[in-house]
Design a protein. Structure first.
Length: 343
């Protein structure tokens, strides 16, 4: 019996037709658009122009003989056919990723690829470790994706990278392996001429009247600061919230308030500049950076080696943070000397 018209194929020729007329790149683009909900974001992630992405999806749609997306306001959603193709894409791309892992393991560490996703604040520590890793293993190709915590968790769930660097996990997830590997002290930062810059052992109550500049809701640092104030029975006076540490540092220098930041983000300023660390009781808040990966997914040899390398690299990171704190301490002593002499 012929099945030519029984609806099993939305296109002529079945798999052979797809192999000749569709491309893996088109499938990769469709997967990215569905995952990110945007042609523009998919283009940015894959370093393509939006017209190129639109053209390739149009060709794939014509190949399959059915629309794959529909516009809903400013976003796009997959059609029923688009969702079916997306599911197939995930399976195909997952199989190719597993193949890459196996081939890399066969080659050892002479060649291979490492994809690392990091939260925004970790951009101050991850490149340092990556640089040392690549110096030891020069044949490894690395990529570093920096985004906020929400998108990191999305990428982790979608298995888009090999490993992820994030702060303290908010809750236990049995599907996610979380391995602490480096210190991440949070410190109180003010402009260098702030009245408290030369004081020691400042009670946290002294900050109650200060204007605080914090990261956006959902930030791990913000959560830690709010918790610290709540434990002291205080409500922080938040003047503004900003989406990046660099913007916060500029706001502090501009006299808009004080903030709490990772010491990692202040290492360049420790050599001299417009910022000072305040010696506040209960600070620094000692947190840790964590390496995350999906527990049920086998790590490649390269990923396993980087994980071990990052853990072993902790003394180097701790030493450099120590130097930064010493530099800020020297700045405090110089300020104390100037204020004493002027008095």
């Amino acid at each position: 019996m012929s099945h030519a018209n029984d609806g099993r194929h939305a296109f002529p020729g079945g798999a052979d037709y797809l192999i000749r007329h569709a491309t893996l790149r088109q499938l990769q683009l469709l997967e990215a658009i569905v995952r990110l909900g945007s042609f523009t974001r998919a283009a940015e992630e894959l370093f393509l122009t939006q017209p190129t992405v639109s053209m390739q999806i149009k060709k794939l749609s014509e190949t399959l003989g059915t629309p794959l997306f529909r516009h809903v306001g400013r976003t796009v959603e997959p059609t029923d056919a688009g969702r079916e193709v997306y599911a197939a894409c995930r399976e195909i791309l997952g199989t190719l990723t597993d193949l890459e892992v196996k081939l890399s393991d066969l080659k050892g560490l002479k060649r291979g690829r490492l994809r690392l996703g990091v939260v925004t604040t970790a951009k101050y520590v991850a490149p340092e470790i990556l640089g040392a890793f690549c110096k030891k293993y020069p044949g490894i190709e690395v990529s570093l994706g920096v985004t906020n915590r929400e998108h990191i968790l999305e990428r982790l769930t979608a298995h888009d990278d090999d490993l992820y660097v994030a702060g303290q996990p908010r809750e236990v997830n049995e599907q996610i392996e979380s391995i602490p590997f480096a210190p991440n002290p949070l410190v109180v930062v003010a402009r260098i001429d702030h009245p408290l810059a030369t004081e020691r052992d400042i009670p946290i109550e002294a900050l109650a009247g200060e204007s605080l500049i914090l990261r956006e809701p959902g930030s791990g640092i913000r959560d830690a600061v709010v918790k610290c104030f709540e434990q002291a029975g205080l409500t922080p006076r938040v003047r503004m919230q900003l989406g990046s540490n660099e913007a916060i540092k500029h706001a502090i220098v501009g006299g808009l308030g004080i903030s709490v930041l990772s010491l990692h983000s202040l290492r360049l300023e420790s050599a001299g500049g417009g910022l000072a660390l305040l010696d506040v009781q209960g600070f620094p808040i000692m947190r840790r950076w964590h390496l995350l990966h999906w527990r049920g997914r086998e790590l490649s040899l390269v990923a396993r080696t980087f994980l071990d390398f990052a853990i072993a690299y902790e003394p180097e990171i701790a030493e450099r943070l120590g130097h930064a704190r010493e530099a800020f301490e020297q700045t405090r002593e110089r300020l104390r000397g100037r204020r004493t002499s002027s008095a």
